[in-house]
Design a protein around this ligand. Structure first.
Ligand SMILES: Nc1ncnc2c1ncn2[C@@H]1O[C@H](COP(=O)(O)OP(=O)(O)O)[C@@H](O)[C@H]1O
Ligand SMILES: [Mg+2]
Length: 323
């Protein structure tokens, strides 16, 4: 397995502002390995440290400590070499909205030293590839969210990087544009590029990424393929909901000792029970709770999701983390 990116205890602490001068430890000693050719996902809620990490890996922000090797070059000693081989599509995107897609693409090529005639050809080619013909001669400020993202992506790969960083590429897009964009990202991979993307969408990590690192409060809490992460959780999850804290507490006490429950996680007025055979164990759970006179409000059975993984690793649900 070829490693295209590796970090060693990468850390960023922002100096505090204001009267209290409270430091922000945005990224706390992150160790990552990204394999060549994969779509690597960096999944975490708002404020987890995703953008800060990307800004360091793309040489825009100096780490407080730690080191990294990106496409074979030392991030700190050789930032120029790193920059030559990577692409970065930030959350805001890099397009000049007062110019057309074509003008943006030509300018970007020229910035990379590509001669004018070739730059025009390349712009045409990218407009074709990202299906921007319909709007490519209009100013970018008139584009829909999905159209803007397509242009941002095209701008990020003008110089044919081997590794491209995408920061929350589909945030704010409607489901259809998101699905379309996922196909574009898969196409980058099929063309041989390695993709490192951040997201707070569970579905995005699940559908798109070969491997996922989960980051929370600046720390990596899990890294693996999505299948493997879910497998560690247990075969199935039963979620039981109660009407108040007292009932939840009582139920927790009643169920904690049960051998058939592999793991039990409380979350507000719910209990998540991870078991091998949920279908046949659900009646058993109800029987136990009934015996203790505990009223059940809801009960459901599901296959473990990445949200279950997040919940087990952080004690919170990403779906409900308010992102
Ligand atoms: N320039 C900065 N100065 C101070 N704090 C910052 C700065 N940039 C980010 N932070 C803080 O660092 C933490 C991580 O932010 P960020 O990397 O943007 O998270 P994410 O991209 O996962 O939403 C947050 O608490 C954020 O407020
Ligand atoms: Mg961010």
């Amino acid at each position: 397995m070829d490693i295209i990116l590796q970090t060693n205890k990468l850390t960023k602490t922002f100096a505090g502002k204001g009267r209290q001068k409270k430091k922000v430890e945005a990224v706390k000693g992150v160790d990552l390995q990204v394999h060549k050719g994969e779509i690597f996902g960096f999944l975490g809620p708002n404020g987890a440290g995703k953008t800060t990490t990307l800004n360091m890996l793309t040489t825009l922000l100096a780490p407080t400590s730690g080191e990294a090797t990106v496409v074979g070059h030392d991030l700190l000693k050789n930032p120029q070499k790193v920059r030559e081989h990577i692409g970065y599509v930030s959350q805001a995107g890099g397009a000049d909205t007062s110019a057309t897609a074509k003008e943006n693409l030509v300018l970007q090529s020229r910035l990379y030293g590509i001669p004018s005639a070739e730059a025009f050809k390349k712009a045409e080619m990218l407009i074709d590839r990202f299906q921007m013909k319909e709007f490519g001669d209009r100013k970018a400020r008139t584009y829909s969210g999905g159209q803007r993202r397509r242009l941002d992506l095209a701008l990020g790969i003008v110089h044919k990087p081997v590794l491209v960083f995408l920061d929350e590429p589909t945030t704010g897009l409607d489901p259809q544009s998101r699905a379309y964009f996922w196909e574009e990202i898969k196409r980058l991979k099929n063309d041989g590029m390695t993709v490192f993307l951040t997201t707070h969408y569970l579905e995005e990590a699940d559908n798109l990424c070969d491997r996922v690192a989960i980051i929370d409060h600046g720390e990596i809490v899990a890294v693996d393929t999505t299948q493997q992460l879910k497998k560690q959780i247990g075969a199935e999850s039963i979620t039981v909901g109660f009407s108040n804290d007292a009932a939840t507490e009582k139920a927790k006490a009643a169920l904690s000792g049960q051998k058939f429950i592999e793991k039990l996680f409380p979350q507000e007025n719910k209990l998540h029970l991870y078991v091998q055979d949920g279908g046949s164990l659900m009646p058993e759970v109800l029987r136990i709770l009934d015996k203790e006179n505990i009223q059940v409000q809801t009960i459901g059975l599901s296959k473990p999701s990445l949200d279950d993984v997040f919940l087990q690793k952080t004690g919170r649900s990403l779906r409900e983390a308010g992102v």
